[in-house]
Design a protein around this ligand. Structure first.
Ligand SMILES: NC(=O)c1ccc[n+]([C@@H]2O[C@H](COP(=O)([O-])OP(=O)(O)OC[C@H]3O[C@@H](n4cnc5c(N)ncnc54)[C@H](O)[C@@H]3O)[C@@H](O)[C@H]2O)c1
Length: 269
């Protein structure tokens, strides 16, 4: 049940692949809160995923766009503005993929061509989206742009591999472009640093199951779920958070500020 927190707002949500995707839950919650949305994903994901089911459920149009292609992004955002009937109030970047992780290449043995692709898909795509929106003047005043990230941008999580570097770049883009967006349209730009979450992208990380349990025990509130993340996104898209910008916001049940949790030691006895 919604509280009309996003009543009358228009948004674009990327990255809903299947029901487990964080973006899927965000899309459902945004519509529950009164928003009209456009969904987008890579053309290849359209064939694999179930996005049309989500489109039906949310009354959304789906526009295919490879987030590494400027022409696709220009088409996406200009068509979204047209379809939704005006400039956008919020945009979610929920895109991540590592070629070296997928092909099981170790961090000490990276294939740099693959790494470039990883950075392009997982980080530079965020800058591309913001640049296209900026040039098209496609955001409303006091809008909100969000991307999803992970704490491996700040701390060492060896199995996260090159995605750690991609996330560091992604977070930097939020700070750097956040400044320009604030001046242009009072639009805020933030990243949400989310707990490990059981999704297609998440489960691709080596040892994900064990790590998920570790993080769950380390966090005094436990891991934040995709549903919780969707609620946080709604809050950050709403007018209740208008002065929050250029931040990396931890949404992790307390994990990021823990040193040691006795709950973890207990299981090792
Ligand atoms: N799952 C986790 O543990 C976790 C934790 C923190 C942050 N995140 C981040 O959350 C975001 C969403 O991931 P998720 O966990 O929901 O997994 P997911 O696999 O459901 O979503 C990833 C999405 O990226 C899309 N994508 C890949 N290449 C693309 C391209 N070239 N153009 C457009 N879209 C493309 C995929 O089609 C997919 O929909 C990612 O940025 C991920 O790094 C995930």
């Amino acid at each position: 049940m919604g509280n009309n927190l996003l009543k009358g707002k228009r948004g674009v949500i990327s990255g809903a692949l299947d029901e487990n995707s964080i973006a899927w839950k965000v899309a459902v919650r945004c519509v529950e809160e009164g928003a009209s949305i456009v969904l987008t994903n890579a053309p290849v994901a359209m064939r694999m995923g179930e996005i049309n089911k989500l489109a039906e459920q949310t009354g959304a149009k789906v526009i295919a766009a490879d987030a590494t292609e400027m022409a696709d992004l220009e088409n996406l955002f200009s068509t979204a503005v047209e379809t939704l009937g005006g400039p956008l109030d919020f945009v979610l970047h929920s895109i991540g993929m590592s070629l070296n992780v997928r092909k099981k290449k170790d961090y000490t043995d990276l294939n740099y061509e693959w790494s470039q692709k990883t950075l392009d898909i997982s980080a530079m795509s965020f800058h591309r989206m913001m640049q296209v929106l900026y040039k098209l003047d496609a955001m409303n005043e006091w809008g909100s742009i969000l991307a999803l990230t992970y704490i491996a941008a700040q701390r060492s999580f060896p199995d996260y591999n090159e995605m750690a570097d991609a996330k560091a770049l992604l977070e930097s883009y939020a700070r750097s472009f956040g400044y320009h967006w604030a001046l242009k349209k009072k639009v805020r730009v933030n990243t949400i640093s989310q707990s490990p979450t059981k999704t297609t992208a998440g489960s691709g990380v080596k040892g994900f199951g064990d790590f998920f349990d570790y993080a769950d025990k380390m966090s005094p509130l436990g891991n934040a779920s995709a549903d919780d993340c969707a609620n946080y996104c709604v809050a950050l898209f709403s007018d209740l958070t208008r002065m929050v910008t250029m931040q990396n916001l931890f949404h992790d049940g307390g994990f990021s500020n823990m040193g040691m949790n006795p709950a973890l030691l207990a299981t090792e006895e």
